[in-house]
Design a protein around this ligand. Structure first.
Ligand SMILES: Cc1cc2nc3c(=O)[nH]c(=O)nc-3n(C[C@H](O)[C@H](O)[C@H](O)COP(=O)(O)OP(=O)(O)OC[C@H]3O[C@@H](n4cnc5c(N)ncnc54)[C@H](O)[C@@H]3O)c2cc1C
Length: 438
């Protein structure tokens, strides 16, 4: 992994934003994500022509002066296209009453509140006051949590007089505000608030802090509002990614960070990551790894792990050692063509689509001798004569090919014996005999 000023772990919206801002500020940044794409809980997946959001569906802060909008301005990239949600959502309390649309327009929402929850205006006004005070504070860019004197000075500068008043509510909950307003027994309002708050704080009125709850309860109204991104949630990550690419962030996907340690000798932090997934062959894990020596690679990553699963059930230790030695000697003078192979190339993983084009499925793909694929095609009946003629026209048959077919397919026979047992156990013995007799 290359040296960077900063390593950001995770390409969710938080990681993407941090990496983009730090890189724009001139630091060299590496961003490591375990998944194959960015977005995290605000990510998507695609099926046919449709894109599905996996988590978040609505975005706040895209309005002018909103947090996303400010970040996009700073990064000098266009804000993704979005439409304001009006109503933001419609809540059905399932109590026979009319569903409650949460309107964007403030006056319309106040009228709706009065109609749905008569006598609740004091509560909403109090929430609004807290919300205004919070927002002025947040717009002054405080740093939280505080970890040094500079953070403290930023926080201090951001404070406004109204924060002194709302500061008294630091330990209060939304339920405390309801109590102050004489609404602690209004079950319909509490049910409605619980549904809203559980979306934002995953807690109810009794456990949501008054300062936080008051703000999230007004996110849907002007001048803020919730937005729906035109091209799915992914467009938010894609925009941020475009900034990362522009400023040269080292973006690494498919690698999970597993340790972060301080190297006392080199006096720097060391981050190590590796690929999250092993591939699989049938239902059995196919070990990942790399070895420059093909014989070691084939034995250590393929044959030995299968023999370990078999646990000497049908083979003596001595026989196993003899087979391993024989495979080594047979492959010794062979010069494999290093190829990205399909790995599980039997007729069930090959076919044609509706238009007649060839389709191949690669559940066990790896870098290996190209002959391992051809060996596999011969394991269960084989492919057509034309297939082999055409293949060997490009890759002529090499000396010892027939023997290597047996050696390479020994892996698949062991795998089948481990998965299904039965007659495959006998086939393992037959293959052992064939290899030892080479
Ligand atoms: C079902 C659901 C619906 C939601 N709806 C909304 C909504 O409508 N509006 C809204 O604003 N918010 C919504 N949220 C919340 C919002 O999606 C999240 O708060 C936000 O996406 C979190 O972003 P993040 O970057 O902090 O974390 P995450 O999105 O969790 O990103 C963390 C990333 O780090 C990666 N990672 C973790 N560990 C490692 C590691 N060791 N090595 C490498 N990579 C690693 C993960 O793969 C992931 O990509 C919703 C969340 C969920 C789950």
């Amino acid at each position: 992994m290359r040296k960077s000023d900063v390593v950001v772990v995770g390409a969710g919206i938080a990681g993407l934003t941090s990496a983009a801002i730090l890189s724009k500020k001139g630091l060299s940044v590496t961003l490591i994500e375990s998944h194959s794409q960015a977005g995290g809980c605000a990510g998507t997946f695609k099926r046919k022509n449709y894109i599905f959001d996996v988590g978040a569906t609505q975005v706040a802060g895209l309005e002018k002066g909103g947090i996303h909008s400010r970040i996009f301005d700073f990064l000098d990239i266009p804000t993704p296209e979005a439409t304001i949600l009006d109503p933001a959502c419609i809540v059905d309390l399932n109590d026979g009453g009319k569903p409650i649309p949460i309107w964007y327009e403030k006056s319309k929402w106040i009228a709706e509140q009065e109609m749905q929850f008569p006598g609740s205006q004091r509560f909403w006004k109090l929430c609004n006051l807290i919300h205004q005070s919070n927002w002025t504070f947040a717009n002054n860019n405080p740093v939280l949590p505080i970890s040094n004197f500079w953070d403290f000075s930023q926080l201090f500068k951001a404070l406004v007089p109204s924060n002194l008043v709302t500061g008294f509510l630091l330990k209060s909950t939304i339920f405390d505000l309801l109590r102050i307003c004489g609404l602690s027994k209004n079950e319909r309002l509490i049910k409605f608030l619980n549904l809203q708050l559980k979306l934002y704080s995953q807690e109810d009125v009794f456990n949501t802090a008054a300062l936080y709850g008051s703000t999230v309860l007004q996110m849907c109204q002007e001048p803020h509002g919730l937005w729906h991104l035109k091209k799915s949630m992914q467009s938010l990550s894609e925009s941020l990614e475009s900034s990362l690419i522009k400023t040269g962030v080292n973006l690494i996907f498919g690698q999970k960070v597993n340790s972060i340690n301080f190297d006392e000798v080199k006096m720097c932090w060391k981050v190590s990551a590796n690929s999250k997934k092993e591939s699989f062959i049938g239902t059995i894990d196919q070990k990942k790894g790399w070895d420059d020596n093909w014989i070691d690679c084939f034995l250590n990553l393929r044959i030995i792990p299968q023999l370990l699963i078999l646990q000497s059930k049908i083979l003596e230790k001595e026989t196993i050692n003899k087979v391993l030695e024989k495979i080594k000697s047979e492959l010794l003078n062979h010069k494999p063509i290093n190829t990205l192979v399909h790995g599980d190339l039997w007729s069930g993983n090959a076919g044609t689509d509706k238009s007649g084009k060839g389709v191949i499925f690669d559940p066990a793909s790896w870098w290996a001798d190209n002959e391992v694929d051809i060996a596999m095609t011969k394991l269960f009946g084989g492919f057509s004569k034309e297939f082999y003629e055409e293949y060997h026209r490009i890759f002529p048959i090499k000396k010892g090919f027939e023997k290597r077919i047996i050696i390479y397919n020994f892996y698949h026979i062991l795998n089948h014996a481990n998965m299904f047992g039965g007659s495959y156990l006998k086939q393992v013995k037959d293959y052992v005999k064939a290899i030892l007799n080479m």
